[in-house]
Design a protein around this ligand. Structure first.
Ligand SMILES: Cc1cc2nc3c(=O)[nH]c(=O)nc-3n(C[C@H](O)[C@H](O)[C@H](O)COP(=O)(O)O)c2cc1C
Length: 477
Protein backbone atom coordinates (compact mmCIF):
# COMPACT_ATOMS: atom_id res chain seq x y z
CA UNK A 1 0.00 0.00 0.00
CA UNK A 2 1.29 3.49 -0.82
CA UNK A 3 1.61 5.42 2.42
CA UNK A 4 0.16 8.86 3.04
CA UNK A 5 1.25 8.78 6.68
CA UNK A 6 4.95 9.09 7.40
CA UNK A 7 4.82 7.11 10.65
CA UNK A 8 3.04 4.13 9.10
CA UNK A 9 5.59 4.21 6.30
CA UNK A 10 8.47 4.29 8.79
CA UNK A 11 7.01 1.29 10.59
CA UNK A 12 7.08 -0.65 7.29
CA UNK A 13 10.62 0.59 6.60
CA UNK A 14 11.69 -0.55 10.06
CA UNK A 15 10.08 -3.95 9.58
CA UNK A 16 12.07 -4.32 6.36
CA UNK A 17 15.30 -3.65 8.30
CA UNK A 18 15.74 -0.31 6.50
CA UNK A 19 15.65 2.13 9.43
CA UNK A 20 18.38 3.14 11.88
CA UNK A 21 17.90 5.50 14.84
CA UNK A 22 20.88 7.67 15.77
CA UNK A 23 20.95 9.38 19.18
CA UNK A 24 22.89 12.44 20.24
CA UNK A 25 24.06 13.90 16.91
CA UNK A 26 23.99 17.71 16.89
CA UNK A 27 21.78 19.71 14.49
CA UNK A 28 24.78 21.93 13.74
CA UNK A 29 26.52 20.04 10.89
CA UNK A 30 26.81 16.69 12.71
CA UNK A 31 23.53 15.17 11.53
CA UNK A 32 24.30 16.17 7.93
CA UNK A 33 27.84 14.80 8.16
CA UNK A 34 26.74 11.44 9.62
CA UNK A 35 24.25 11.07 6.78
CA UNK A 36 26.71 12.03 4.07
CA UNK A 37 29.53 9.80 5.28
CA UNK A 38 27.21 6.79 5.55
CA UNK A 39 25.61 7.30 2.13
CA UNK A 40 29.01 7.69 0.50
CA UNK A 41 30.09 4.43 2.11
CA UNK A 42 26.95 2.41 1.32
CA UNK A 43 25.76 3.74 -2.01
CA UNK A 44 22.05 2.89 -2.50
CA UNK A 45 22.12 0.49 0.46
CA UNK A 46 22.24 2.76 3.50
CA UNK A 47 19.22 2.68 5.84
CA UNK A 48 16.98 5.67 6.44
CA UNK A 49 18.39 7.61 9.39
CA UNK A 50 16.12 8.89 12.16
CA UNK A 51 18.01 11.31 14.42
CA UNK A 52 16.65 11.58 17.96
CA UNK A 53 17.86 13.08 21.27
CA UNK A 54 19.29 16.00 19.35
CA UNK A 55 21.26 18.23 21.78
CA UNK A 56 19.16 21.13 23.01
CA UNK A 57 15.87 19.50 21.97
CA UNK A 58 13.45 17.19 23.74
CA UNK A 59 13.59 13.51 22.93
CA UNK A 60 11.05 12.73 20.20
CA UNK A 61 11.77 15.81 18.07
CA UNK A 62 13.38 13.97 15.22
CA UNK A 63 15.04 14.54 11.84
CA UNK A 64 14.68 11.93 9.10
CA UNK A 65 17.11 11.58 6.18
CA UNK A 66 17.05 9.18 3.25
CA UNK A 67 13.32 8.47 3.48
CA UNK A 68 13.24 7.00 -0.05
CA UNK A 69 16.99 6.66 -0.63
CA UNK A 70 17.32 2.96 -1.43
CA UNK A 71 15.66 0.78 -4.08
CA UNK A 72 13.91 -1.16 -1.30
CA UNK A 73 12.51 1.94 0.42
CA UNK A 74 11.39 3.51 -2.81
CA UNK A 75 9.66 0.24 -3.72
CA UNK A 76 7.88 0.31 -0.33
CA UNK A 77 6.82 3.93 -0.85
CA UNK A 78 5.44 3.00 -4.24
CA UNK A 79 3.47 0.15 -2.72
CA UNK A 80 5.68 -2.65 -4.05
CA UNK A 81 7.47 -5.48 -2.30
CA UNK A 82 10.84 -4.23 -1.01
CA UNK A 83 12.67 -6.88 -3.03
CA UNK A 84 11.27 -5.53 -6.32
CA UNK A 85 13.76 -2.71 -5.91
CA UNK A 86 16.52 -5.08 -7.02
CA UNK A 87 15.58 -4.66 -10.65
CA UNK A 88 15.45 -1.00 -11.59
CA UNK A 89 14.12 -1.33 -15.12
CA UNK A 90 11.24 -3.60 -14.09
CA UNK A 91 10.47 -1.27 -11.19
CA UNK A 92 10.41 1.66 -13.64
CA UNK A 93 8.11 -0.23 -15.96
CA UNK A 94 5.82 -1.25 -13.16
CA UNK A 95 5.47 2.33 -11.86
CA UNK A 96 4.77 3.60 -15.34
CA UNK A 97 2.12 0.91 -15.88
CA UNK A 98 0.41 1.92 -12.62
CA UNK A 99 0.50 5.59 -13.51
CA UNK A 100 -0.88 4.89 -16.97
CA UNK A 101 -4.04 3.40 -15.45
CA UNK A 102 -4.43 5.77 -12.51
CA UNK A 103 -5.77 9.23 -13.24
CA UNK A 104 -5.31 12.33 -11.04
CA UNK A 105 -8.02 12.50 -8.35
CA UNK A 106 -9.06 15.63 -6.46
CA UNK A 107 -8.15 15.51 -2.77
CA UNK A 108 -10.71 14.81 -0.03
CA UNK A 109 -11.17 17.62 2.47
CA UNK A 110 -11.05 16.45 6.09
CA UNK A 111 -11.36 18.54 9.23
CA UNK A 112 -9.28 16.62 11.71
CA UNK A 113 -5.83 15.04 11.68
CA UNK A 114 -2.92 14.44 14.04
CA UNK A 115 -1.08 17.46 12.63
CA UNK A 116 -3.63 19.68 14.42
CA UNK A 117 -2.48 18.34 17.84
CA UNK A 118 -0.41 21.48 18.34
CA UNK A 119 -1.14 24.90 16.84
CA UNK A 120 1.31 27.75 17.43
CA UNK A 121 0.60 31.27 16.25
CA UNK A 122 1.39 34.95 16.62
CA UNK A 123 4.33 35.74 18.87
CA UNK A 124 4.69 32.09 19.83
CA UNK A 125 5.76 31.10 16.32
CA UNK A 126 9.36 29.95 16.52
CA UNK A 127 10.83 27.62 13.89
CA UNK A 128 13.84 27.01 16.13
CA UNK A 129 11.60 25.10 18.53
CA UNK A 130 12.35 22.31 16.07
CA UNK A 131 15.85 20.89 15.60
CA UNK A 132 16.39 22.63 12.26
CA UNK A 133 19.75 21.39 10.92
CA UNK A 134 22.71 23.08 9.34
CA UNK A 135 23.05 20.37 6.73
CA UNK A 136 26.50 21.17 5.28
CA UNK A 137 29.58 22.81 6.77
CA UNK A 138 29.46 25.91 4.52
CA UNK A 139 25.68 26.45 4.49
CA UNK A 140 24.64 30.02 5.18
CA UNK A 141 22.21 29.01 7.94
CA UNK A 142 19.64 26.54 9.19
CA UNK A 143 17.40 25.06 6.49
CA UNK A 144 14.02 23.96 7.83
CA UNK A 145 12.68 22.95 4.41
CA UNK A 146 14.66 20.50 2.31
CA UNK A 147 12.54 17.36 1.85
CA UNK A 148 9.46 19.54 2.02
CA UNK A 149 6.42 20.67 0.04
CA UNK A 150 5.85 24.34 -0.74
CA UNK A 151 2.21 25.02 -1.63
CA UNK A 152 0.94 28.05 -3.55
CA UNK A 153 -2.08 28.89 -5.68
CA UNK A 154 -2.00 30.49 -9.12
CA UNK A 155 -3.85 33.79 -8.76
CA UNK A 156 -5.16 33.57 -12.35
CA UNK A 157 -6.17 29.94 -12.80
CA UNK A 158 -6.60 28.95 -9.15
CA UNK A 159 -4.41 25.87 -9.72
CA UNK A 160 -2.62 24.69 -6.58
CA UNK A 161 1.06 23.79 -6.89
CA UNK A 162 3.22 21.83 -4.47
CA UNK A 163 6.97 21.77 -5.17
CA UNK A 164 10.00 20.81 -3.12
CA UNK A 165 12.00 24.03 -2.76
CA UNK A 166 14.52 24.68 -0.02
CA UNK A 167 13.48 26.95 2.85
CA UNK A 168 15.97 28.75 5.10
CA UNK A 169 14.87 29.80 8.59
CA UNK A 170 16.25 33.29 9.13
CA UNK A 171 14.43 34.19 12.34
CA UNK A 172 11.81 32.67 14.65
CA UNK A 173 8.99 33.55 12.25
CA UNK A 174 10.91 34.60 9.14
CA UNK A 175 12.10 32.36 6.34
CA UNK A 176 13.14 32.56 2.73
CA UNK A 177 13.23 30.09 -0.12
CA UNK A 178 15.16 29.48 -3.30
CA UNK A 179 13.01 28.46 -6.28
CA UNK A 180 14.77 28.01 -9.62
CA UNK A 181 13.80 29.96 -12.69
CA UNK A 182 11.05 28.31 -14.70
CA UNK A 183 9.65 26.29 -11.75
CA UNK A 184 5.91 26.48 -11.29
CA UNK A 185 6.12 27.62 -7.67
CA UNK A 186 8.22 30.60 -8.76
CA UNK A 187 5.90 31.53 -11.61
CA UNK A 188 2.90 31.47 -9.26
CA UNK A 189 4.69 33.33 -6.44
CA UNK A 190 5.96 36.05 -8.75
CA UNK A 191 2.49 36.73 -10.15
CA UNK A 192 1.50 37.99 -6.67
CA UNK A 193 4.76 39.78 -5.95
CA UNK A 194 4.91 41.61 -9.27
CA UNK A 195 1.38 42.88 -8.61
CA UNK A 196 2.64 44.22 -5.25
CA UNK A 197 0.62 41.63 -3.29
CA UNK A 198 1.78 39.11 -0.67
CA UNK A 199 1.76 35.50 -1.86
CA UNK A 200 -0.04 33.07 0.49
CA UNK A 201 2.14 30.01 1.10
CA UNK A 202 2.09 26.76 3.05
CA UNK A 203 5.27 24.85 3.76
CA UNK A 204 5.01 21.19 4.72
CA UNK A 205 8.08 20.23 6.71
CA UNK A 206 7.39 16.65 7.77
CA UNK A 207 5.92 15.27 4.57
CA UNK A 208 4.37 11.87 3.87
CA UNK A 209 5.93 9.68 1.14
CA UNK A 210 3.15 10.01 -1.46
CA UNK A 211 3.06 13.81 -1.16
CA UNK A 212 6.85 14.00 -1.28
CA UNK A 213 6.90 11.90 -4.44
CA UNK A 214 4.30 14.24 -5.96
CA UNK A 215 6.03 17.47 -4.88
CA UNK A 216 9.25 16.57 -6.60
CA UNK A 217 7.81 14.91 -9.71
CA UNK A 218 7.91 17.18 -12.75
CA UNK A 219 4.29 17.36 -13.81
CA UNK A 220 2.60 19.24 -16.63
CA UNK A 221 1.40 22.69 -15.56
CA UNK A 222 -2.19 21.50 -15.71
CA UNK A 223 -1.79 18.76 -13.08
CA UNK A 224 -1.94 19.57 -9.37
CA UNK A 225 0.54 17.57 -7.27
CA UNK A 226 -2.16 16.82 -4.67
CA UNK A 227 -4.30 15.25 -7.40
CA UNK A 228 -1.28 13.34 -8.69
CA UNK A 229 -0.64 11.94 -5.19
CA UNK A 230 -4.21 10.63 -5.47
CA UNK A 231 -3.35 9.01 -8.79
CA UNK A 232 -0.31 7.40 -7.19
CA UNK A 233 -2.28 5.93 -4.31
CA UNK A 234 -5.43 5.22 -6.31
CA UNK A 235 -7.60 7.21 -3.89
CA UNK A 236 -8.07 10.88 -2.97
CA UNK A 237 -5.38 12.36 -0.76
CA UNK A 238 -6.80 13.61 2.55
CA UNK A 239 -6.14 17.33 2.95
CA UNK A 240 -6.87 20.02 5.51
CA UNK A 241 -7.32 23.65 4.63
CA UNK A 242 -5.06 26.25 6.22
CA UNK A 243 -7.33 28.75 7.94
CA UNK A 244 -5.17 31.76 7.13
CA UNK A 245 -4.45 31.07 3.47
CA UNK A 246 -7.25 28.74 2.39
CA UNK A 247 -4.56 26.56 0.84
CA UNK A 248 -4.90 22.76 1.11
CA UNK A 249 -2.16 20.64 2.67
CA UNK A 250 -1.73 16.87 3.16
CA UNK A 251 -3.43 15.70 6.35
CA UNK A 252 -0.67 13.13 6.98
CA UNK A 253 1.91 15.88 7.55
CA UNK A 254 4.10 16.21 10.64
CA UNK A 255 4.75 19.98 10.63
CA UNK A 256 3.00 22.59 8.50
CA UNK A 257 3.84 26.31 8.40
CA UNK A 258 1.35 28.83 7.09
CA UNK A 259 2.26 32.34 6.04
CA UNK A 260 2.89 34.73 3.21
CA UNK A 261 5.72 35.93 1.01
CA UNK A 262 6.41 39.65 1.10
CA UNK A 263 6.24 41.65 -2.15
CA UNK A 264 8.79 44.19 -0.92
CA UNK A 265 11.05 42.67 1.74
CA UNK A 266 14.05 40.53 0.83
CA UNK A 267 16.84 38.85 2.77
CA UNK A 268 20.05 37.04 1.88
CA UNK A 269 19.50 33.38 1.03
CA UNK A 270 22.26 30.73 0.87
CA UNK A 271 24.79 29.48 0.28
CA UNK A 272 23.58 25.88 0.37
CA UNK A 273 25.24 22.61 -0.72
CA UNK A 274 23.43 22.13 -4.03
CA UNK A 275 22.24 19.08 -5.94
CA UNK A 276 25.28 19.17 -8.26
CA UNK A 277 27.75 19.02 -5.38
CA UNK A 278 28.87 22.67 -5.13
CA UNK A 279 27.96 25.79 -3.20
CA UNK A 280 27.56 27.45 -6.59
CA UNK A 281 24.51 29.62 -6.00
CA UNK A 282 26.26 31.75 -3.39
CA UNK A 283 24.18 34.24 -1.44
CA UNK A 284 21.42 36.22 -3.14
CA UNK A 285 18.44 38.30 -2.03
CA UNK A 286 15.16 36.37 -1.96
CA UNK A 287 11.73 37.46 -0.70
CA UNK A 288 10.99 37.10 3.00
CA UNK A 289 8.31 34.62 4.08
CA UNK A 290 6.50 35.49 7.32
CA UNK A 291 5.30 32.40 9.17
CA UNK A 292 2.07 33.19 10.94
CA UNK A 293 1.03 29.80 12.20
CA UNK A 294 2.58 26.35 12.70
CA UNK A 295 0.61 23.12 13.04
CA UNK A 296 2.48 20.06 14.24
CA UNK A 297 2.09 16.54 15.53
CA UNK A 298 3.46 15.83 18.99
CA UNK A 299 7.03 14.53 18.75
CA UNK A 300 7.23 15.68 15.15
CA UNK A 301 9.59 14.39 12.49
CA UNK A 302 11.31 16.87 10.16
CA UNK A 303 11.86 15.25 6.78
CA UNK A 304 15.29 16.33 5.54
CA UNK A 305 17.42 16.03 2.42
CA UNK A 306 20.98 17.29 2.13
CA UNK A 307 22.27 17.22 -1.40
CA UNK A 308 25.99 17.26 -2.05
CA UNK A 309 28.61 15.78 -4.34
CA UNK A 310 27.10 12.43 -5.39
CA UNK A 311 26.20 9.99 -4.01
CA UNK A 312 23.85 11.28 -1.32
CA UNK A 313 20.78 10.39 0.67
CA UNK A 314 18.09 11.32 -1.86
CA UNK A 315 19.85 10.67 -5.12
CA UNK A 316 18.70 7.14 -5.86
CA UNK A 317 15.03 8.04 -5.87
CA UNK A 318 15.74 11.31 -7.69
CA UNK A 319 17.33 9.35 -10.54
CA UNK A 320 14.52 6.83 -10.55
CA UNK A 321 11.73 9.43 -10.60
CA UNK A 322 13.40 11.54 -13.27
CA UNK A 323 13.92 8.41 -15.37
CA UNK A 324 10.22 7.54 -15.07
CA UNK A 325 9.14 11.11 -15.84
CA UNK A 326 11.47 11.41 -18.84
CA UNK A 327 10.14 8.15 -20.23
CA UNK A 328 6.59 9.54 -19.94
CA UNK A 329 7.66 12.77 -21.63
CA UNK A 330 9.30 10.96 -24.55
CA UNK A 331 6.20 8.79 -24.97
CA UNK A 332 4.01 11.89 -24.91
CA UNK A 333 6.27 13.51 -27.48
CA UNK A 334 5.64 10.45 -29.73
CA UNK A 335 9.21 9.16 -29.68
CA UNK A 336 8.58 5.46 -30.37
CA UNK A 337 10.21 2.36 -28.92
CA UNK A 338 11.98 3.79 -25.90
CA UNK A 339 13.15 0.66 -24.08
CA UNK A 340 14.83 2.09 -21.01
CA UNK A 341 16.05 5.30 -19.40
CA UNK A 342 18.47 6.03 -16.61
CA UNK A 343 19.33 9.40 -15.17
CA UNK A 344 22.68 8.63 -13.54
CA UNK A 345 23.66 9.35 -9.97
CA UNK A 346 27.20 10.37 -10.97
CA UNK A 347 25.50 13.08 -13.02
CA UNK A 348 23.80 14.38 -9.86
CA UNK A 349 20.47 13.21 -11.23
CA UNK A 350 20.51 15.70 -14.10
CA UNK A 351 23.71 15.98 -16.06
CA UNK A 352 24.17 12.45 -17.47
CA UNK A 353 21.11 10.83 -19.00
CA UNK A 354 20.97 7.62 -21.01
CA UNK A 355 18.06 6.68 -23.27
CA UNK A 356 17.88 3.23 -24.80
CA UNK A 357 15.78 2.68 -27.92
CA UNK A 358 14.93 -0.03 -30.42
CA UNK A 359 16.00 1.83 -33.56
CA UNK A 360 13.21 1.88 -36.14
CA UNK A 361 14.27 4.46 -38.73
CA UNK A 362 17.01 6.82 -39.86
CA UNK A 363 17.27 9.70 -37.40
CA UNK A 364 15.37 7.93 -34.60
CA UNK A 365 18.36 8.10 -32.21
CA UNK A 366 18.99 11.79 -32.94
CA UNK A 367 15.31 12.56 -32.40
CA UNK A 368 15.26 10.75 -29.03
CA UNK A 369 18.49 12.42 -27.87
CA UNK A 370 17.60 15.97 -28.88
CA UNK A 371 14.14 15.80 -27.34
CA UNK A 372 15.47 14.24 -24.12
CA UNK A 373 17.97 17.09 -23.87
CA UNK A 374 15.19 19.71 -23.86
CA UNK A 375 12.06 18.19 -22.40
CA UNK A 376 11.01 17.98 -18.73
CA UNK A 377 12.32 16.70 -16.37
CA UNK A 378 15.79 16.79 -17.96
CA UNK A 379 15.44 20.02 -19.93
CA UNK A 380 16.49 22.12 -16.94
CA UNK A 381 20.21 22.20 -16.16
CA UNK A 382 21.05 19.11 -18.21
CA UNK A 383 24.42 18.47 -19.85
CA UNK A 384 24.98 15.09 -21.56
CA UNK A 385 22.43 12.76 -23.15
CA UNK A 386 23.59 9.44 -24.56
CA UNK A 387 21.33 7.35 -26.78
CA UNK A 388 22.04 3.61 -26.89
CA UNK A 389 20.49 0.54 -28.50
CA UNK A 390 18.08 -1.72 -26.66
CA UNK A 391 20.73 -4.37 -25.91
CA UNK A 392 22.40 -1.83 -23.59
CA UNK A 393 21.19 -1.46 -20.00
CA UNK A 394 21.03 2.34 -19.59
CA UNK A 395 21.55 2.06 -15.82
CA UNK A 396 24.78 0.07 -16.26
CA UNK A 397 27.56 2.61 -16.76
CA UNK A 398 29.97 -0.09 -18.02
CA UNK A 399 27.52 -1.04 -20.75
CA UNK A 400 26.96 2.62 -21.65
CA UNK A 401 30.68 3.40 -21.87
CA UNK A 402 31.18 0.33 -24.00
CA UNK A 403 28.48 1.49 -26.40
CA UNK A 404 29.97 4.99 -26.55
CA UNK A 405 33.42 3.56 -27.19
CA UNK A 406 32.36 1.14 -29.91
CA UNK A 407 29.25 2.51 -31.63
CA UNK A 408 29.82 6.25 -31.81
CA UNK A 409 32.16 8.31 -33.94
CA UNK A 410 33.12 11.45 -32.01
CA UNK A 411 33.38 13.43 -35.24
CA UNK A 412 29.86 12.74 -36.46
CA UNK A 413 27.81 11.46 -33.53
CA UNK A 414 28.10 14.32 -31.07
CA UNK A 415 25.63 17.20 -31.37
CA UNK A 416 26.10 20.38 -29.35
CA UNK A 417 23.20 22.72 -28.58
CA UNK A 418 23.76 26.28 -27.42
CA UNK A 419 21.71 28.56 -25.19
CA UNK A 420 19.79 25.90 -23.32
CA UNK A 421 17.79 26.24 -20.07
CA UNK A 422 20.10 26.54 -17.09
CA UNK A 423 20.17 28.26 -13.75
CA UNK A 424 22.14 30.63 -11.58
CA UNK A 425 23.24 27.64 -9.51
CA UNK A 426 24.83 25.85 -12.49
CA UNK A 427 28.58 25.90 -11.64
CA UNK A 428 29.40 26.48 -15.33
CA UNK A 429 27.17 29.55 -15.66
CA UNK A 430 29.38 32.62 -15.41
CA UNK A 431 27.00 35.51 -15.99
CA UNK A 432 23.94 36.01 -13.84
CA UNK A 433 22.42 37.80 -16.85
CA UNK A 434 22.75 34.81 -19.17
CA UNK A 435 21.48 31.68 -17.49
CA UNK A 436 22.21 29.40 -20.44
CA UNK A 437 24.25 26.29 -20.84
CA UNK A 438 25.23 23.92 -23.65
CA UNK A 439 23.95 20.38 -24.23
CA UNK A 440 25.83 17.47 -25.69
CA UNK A 441 23.87 14.65 -27.31
CA UNK A 442 25.86 11.53 -28.09
CA UNK A 443 24.44 9.00 -30.49
CA UNK A 444 25.99 5.75 -29.28
CA UNK A 445 23.67 3.53 -31.32
CA UNK A 446 24.83 1.31 -34.14
CA UNK A 447 24.63 3.50 -37.30
CA UNK A 448 21.19 2.73 -38.67
CA UNK A 449 22.53 1.97 -42.16
CA UNK A 450 24.69 -0.80 -40.61
CA UNK A 451 22.11 -2.21 -38.23
CA UNK A 452 21.98 -5.57 -40.00
CA UNK A 453 25.68 -6.05 -40.63
CA UNK A 454 27.41 -4.52 -37.58
CA UNK A 455 29.99 -6.93 -36.08
CA UNK A 456 28.30 -9.44 -33.76
CA UNK A 457 28.76 -8.90 -30.01
CA UNK A 458 31.24 -11.24 -28.34
CA UNK A 459 29.18 -12.29 -25.33
CA UNK A 460 28.00 -15.71 -24.14
CA UNK A 461 24.44 -16.28 -25.32
CA UNK A 462 21.62 -16.28 -22.73
CA UNK A 463 20.95 -19.95 -23.48
CA UNK A 464 24.55 -21.06 -22.94
CA UNK A 465 24.86 -18.84 -19.85
CA UNK A 466 21.75 -20.50 -18.40
CA UNK A 467 23.09 -23.93 -19.22
CA UNK A 468 26.48 -23.43 -17.56
CA UNK A 469 24.88 -21.88 -14.48
CA UNK A 470 22.76 -24.99 -14.15
CA UNK A 471 25.66 -27.38 -14.77
CA UNK A 472 28.24 -25.69 -12.49
CA UNK A 473 26.13 -24.10 -9.75
CA UNK A 474 28.93 -23.92 -7.16
CA UNK A 475 31.00 -21.63 -9.41
CA UNK A 476 28.27 -19.00 -9.28
CA UNK A 477 27.44 -19.09 -5.56
C1 LIG B 1 15.22 17.21 -1.93
C2 LIG B 1 14.92 18.15 -3.05
C3 LIG B 1 15.24 19.48 -2.93
C4 LIG B 1 14.94 20.38 -3.96
N1 LIG B 1 15.25 21.68 -3.80
C5 LIG B 1 14.88 22.58 -4.74
C6 LIG B 1 15.10 23.97 -4.54
O1 LIG B 1 15.64 24.38 -3.52
N2 LIG B 1 14.68 24.82 -5.50
C7 LIG B 1 14.09 24.39 -6.67
O2 LIG B 1 13.73 25.19 -7.51
N3 LIG B 1 13.89 23.06 -6.89
C8 LIG B 1 14.25 22.15 -5.96
N4 LIG B 1 14.03 20.82 -6.15
C9 LIG B 1 13.46 20.36 -7.44
C10 LIG B 1 11.96 20.59 -7.54
O3 LIG B 1 11.31 20.14 -6.39
C11 LIG B 1 11.38 19.83 -8.73
O4 LIG B 1 11.96 20.33 -9.90
C12 LIG B 1 9.89 19.91 -8.81
O5 LIG B 1 9.44 19.15 -9.89
C13 LIG B 1 9.44 21.33 -9.00
O6 LIG B 1 8.05 21.36 -9.07
P1 LIG B 1 7.32 22.34 -10.09
O7 LIG B 1 7.48 21.71 -11.44
O8 LIG B 1 5.91 22.32 -9.60
O9 LIG B 1 7.98 23.66 -9.99
C14 LIG B 1 14.31 19.91 -5.14
C15 LIG B 1 13.97 18.57 -5.25
C16 LIG B 1 14.27 17.71 -4.22
C17 LIG B 1 13.88 16.27 -4.36
Amino acid sequence: MIQTDLREFLAAVDAAGQLKTVSGAHWDKEIGAVTEVLYRQKVDQAPALLFDEIPGYPQGMRCLYGMLGSPARLALALGMEAKVGDDRMSMLNSVRRTMATHKPISPRLVTDAAVLENVIEGDDVDMFKFPVPIHHEADGGRYIGTACGVITRDPDSGRVNMGTYRVQAIGPNKATSYISNGKQGLIQRDKYLSAGKPCPMIIVIGIDPASFLAARYTLPDSVCELDWAGALTGKPLDVLHGELTGLPFPAGSEIVMEGEVSPNETTEEGPFGEWHGYYAGGTRPEPVITIKRIYHRSDPILTCAASQKPPHSHLFERCFLRSAALWDSLDNASVPDVRGIWVHQGGSGRTFVVVSIKQRYFGHATQAGLIASQINPTGYCGRYVVVVDDDIDPSDIQDVLWAMGTRSDPKTDITLLDKCWSSRIDPMVQSQDALYNTRCVINACIPYERINDFPPVAQTSRELAKEVRKKFPSVFE
